[in-house]
Design a protein around this ligand. Structure first.
Ligand SMILES: C[S@@+](CC[C@H](N)C(=O)[O-])C[C@H]1O[C@@H](n2cnc3c(N)ncnc32)[C@H](O)[C@@H]1O
Length: 450
């Protein structure tokens, strides 16, 4: 965002970030299961974010207050991470813009404080409850069947067009004055009837209804196992939810932005409604799912999309390695499902990416990666193995271009042995492997997780 999105340039932001659910989310796509993203939070990873926002006069009281209430743990780490990114969202939002933050009751009450600090309390508009029926129901308390969407504007001139929803009439149309006088075809509804009292009445299979301004609880089906929308990506949201938000708070041609776009629901909905859009996701596989989604629904649109940060071919990857080795490293370090690139450019002690992968239910191992854009030799592989050992990681993935691999490099990897007699402690993975759809031999969440 900091690099590519100018100040005051976005009309609508919808964000559906990880919820601090303390879970690892798996995706099931193309017959393979892999880790899509890790929703666990550690304080030491968020200290920089905390200090960056706590240094703002307007945010300091909230962040300091949260630190006193929550202590320095996973919750404060999550909120600091979010505060830092929400502040960036305000920077890019136009004064007439709006923002919808999707979360759940576990964190919504704390995120609301952060949103008040970033967007100002007076700009709060709604706490929308998105109600759904999927998933199990506990016997120990009321089944938790809603998410929370916090809707704020960026100023009093924000645009809003209230969407309409059906309000069914209870009872019969008893009075003659309410009887319909005229019947006509209208949109998705069967008939529109003008009663003598001049209220528009509609009728569908369920009965007579009027159209009223949408309320703040939305009954929209979640994307279930048999849904035609299903992309196999975890936490996918329904198109109808995004279309409602986009229709309410933007106009055709406006720019809609989703900084955690997952499998691209916001992009799909924005495209359906003739909005321009920007999506960001840290997960390379999510970007691939979006590509399939766009190619499946919109003819030739993919060719017109400006794609930043992810090479599409070996030549692109080589060009990126030559032009910006750090960006290349970040990209290459996150090619393996479940692995994320380091946030910092320096001080990585030979480690460019890390992940925690499940080897059995409830048990994880740390895996690290190193990327070499240029020439390499066996001593690099040995040094990486030492860095892996010092980092306490069980396995390491050494990533480079195929033409850099020699017999000596392969031997250095083989000599590192096997973890639990099963997985290579150190393996060489090439950019060519990635483009051919091959994955390294790692425990890729191929077991059911809690
Ligand atoms: C709850 S999912 C979003 C699902 C999305 N609304 C959809 O309908 O598909 C959260 C997404 O945030 C992404 N993510 C996590 N950390 C991120 C970061 N720092 N920057 C960008 N995306 C991130 C994850 O990869 C994941 O796809």
């Amino acid at each position: 965002m900091a690099e590519y999105i100018p100040d005051d340039s976005i009309d609508l932001i919808y964000l559906d970030p990880p919820f601090n659910s303390k879970r690892i989310y798996n995706a099931f796509i193309g017959g393979a299961q892999w880790v899509a993203f890790d929703d666990t939070w550690r304080w030491y990873e968020a200290i920089d974010d905390f200090h960056a926002v706590a240094g703002d006069v307007s945010m300091a009281p909230t962040m300091e207050g949260l630190r006193r209430i929550l202590g320095e743990g996973a919750e404060l780490a999550y909120l600091s991470y979010m505060a830092y990114r929400l502040r960036e969202c305000r920077r890019v939002l136009k004064p007439t813009g709006s923002i919808y933050l999707h979360c759940d009751p576990a964190m919504s009450y704390l995120l609301r404080l952060v949103m008040d600090a970033v967007f100002e309390k007076k700009n709060f508009r709604n706490e929308v409850a998105w109600c759904y029926r999927t998933g199990g129901a506990t016997k120990r308390w009321f089944a938790r069947k809603h998410d929370v969407i916090l809707y704020y504007v960026n100023g009093k001139d924000a645009r809003f067009t209230p969407p309409k929803e059906k309000s069914y009439l209870t009872g019969q149309l008893r009075h003659t004055k309410d009887r319909p006088t005229h019947i006509d075809e209208y949109g998705e509804y069967q008939n529109v009837l003008f009663s003598k009292t001049n209220i528009k009445l509609y009728r569908d299979k369920k009965g007579y209804f009027t159209l009223v301004n949408c309320r703040d609880y939305w009954n929209i089906d979640a994307v279930g196992r048999s849904s035609s929308e299903r992309m196999g990506y975890p936490t996918q949201k329904p198109l109808a939810l995004l279309e409602r938000i986009i229709a309410a708070s933007s106009q055709p041609g406006d720019i809609v932005f989703d900084p955690f776009c997952g499998c691209g629901t916001t992009i799909h909905a924005a495209q359906n409604l003739d909005r321009r859009w920007i999506g960001i996701d840290v997960c390379v596989q999510a970007c691939k799912v979006i590509q399939n989604r766009i190619e499946g629904h919109f003819d030739s649109l993919w060719d017109d999309i400006e794609f930043v940060g992810m090479p599409k071919t070996i030549e692109d990857a080589k060009a990126l390695a030559a032009y910006d080795p750090f960006k290349f490293e970040r990209w290459a370090a996150s090619l393996v499902p479940g692995m994320e690139a380091n946030k910092r450019q320096r001080g990585d002690k030979g480690i460019d990416g890390r992940g925690r992968l499940p080897i059995r239910k409830g048990q994880f191992v740390d895996v690290v990666s190193q990327v070499k854009a240029g020439s390499t030799n066996p001593s690099h592989v040995q040094a990486f193995n030492e860095a892996r050992r010092q980092a306490g990681a069980a396995m390491g993935v050494f990533t480079c271009f195929e033409d850099r691999i020699t017999a000596g490099i392969k031997n250095a990897a083989v000599n590192a042995g096997r973890y639990m007699d099963r997985w290579p402690v150190l393996q060489i993975y090439t950019i060519e492997d990635y483009f051919a759809g091959r994955l390294p031999d790692l425990p890729l969440a191929n077991i059911a997780l809690p």
